[in-house]
Write a protein that binds this ligand. Structure first.
Ligand SMILES: [Zn+2]
Ligand SMILES: [Zn+2]
Length: 251
């Protein structure tokens, strides 16, 4: 037998990658189950349910984005130092500062920082691997929700249309960061262009409105929920729940 490298001997990055792949594998298995239950009884409600699920995934991406853009980063961890770093981001100095800062914060603050960092450097997201883009969303979000949906079905035998809505919601949610990344790169697979032509995904021009003001159009899948989220943002911003100071880390 070949010698097996145990996870304990792997670096932090490799462990995260392995965990992502295991979670994505489990999520794919759960999604096959949900799809099988959705097509068991295809009827009048199947297509509307799929569209509602796609809308809800867009809304979830938009609400998460809105909160993460404005949620303040913790100060005193070196985040402002790397956010406003003026030298090369390839330099050993920067990489050391970044790794030290990231080691001082938890996953939620890392996600918060990533959303803010995306504004001055939007193209970095498009350069990330698909594993990096969907991994953490699957681990903390769509895998637990997919298992919950299957458990609920086992208990109360949910109708096929509900499973269809759940399927498109989970699919759109899992790929939310990937879809956002496609808005910041040119070389996308053909399916992305087809889905844009069908209005199932938004266009880079439509997403540009978010980057121009950071005060609108937070949803990045198809953008259908932006007319609902925009007034919600304005009300929360006016009431002081979302403050402009939160948009950047502070020293
Ligand atoms: Zn943003
Ligand atoms: Zn963007």
């Amino acid at each position: 037998m070949a010698k097996l490298d145990l996870p304990g001997g792997l670096g932090h990055q490799s462990r995260v990658m392995l965990l992502s792949r295991l979670a994505v594998g489990a999520f794919v298995a759960a999604m096959i189950g949900i799809l099988a239950l959705a097509v068991r009884d295809v009827g009048l409600w199947t297509v509307p349910a799929l569209l509602v699920g796609w809308f809800l995934a867009d809304a979830a991406s938009g609400l998460t984005h809105m909160i993460m853009d404005y949620r303040p980063c913790p100060s005193g961890r070196g985040l402002a130092q790397i956010y406003f770093y003026e030298g090369s981001r390839e330099s050993a100095d920067y990489v050391q500062l970044r790794d030290a800062a990231m080691a001082r914060i938890g996953p939620l603050d890392r996600l918060t920082y990533d959303f803010k960092n995306h504004h001055p450097r939007p193209d970095a997201l498009g350069r990330r691997s698909v594993w990096r883009q969907i991994g953490s969303t699957v681990i903390v979000g769509t895998l637990p929700v997919s298992l919950l949906l299957l458990a609920l079905w086992a208990v109360v035998d949910l109708p096929s249309a509900v499973m269809a809505g759940g399927f498109s919601f989970l699919l759109g949610s899992a790929f939310a960061q990937y879809f956002h990344g496609t808005l910041h790169r040119d070389d996308n697979p053909r399916i992305v262009h087809v889905m844009r032509a069908c209005r199932l995904l938004m266009t880079p021009a439509a997403h540009e409105k978010h980057h121009a003001t950071l005060k609108q159009d937070f949803a990045t899948n198809c953008g259908w929920s932006n007319p609902v989220i925009n007034p919600l943002f304005r009300a929360a911003h006016r009431a002081g729940y979302l403050r402009d100071e939160g948009l950047e880390p502070h020293h």
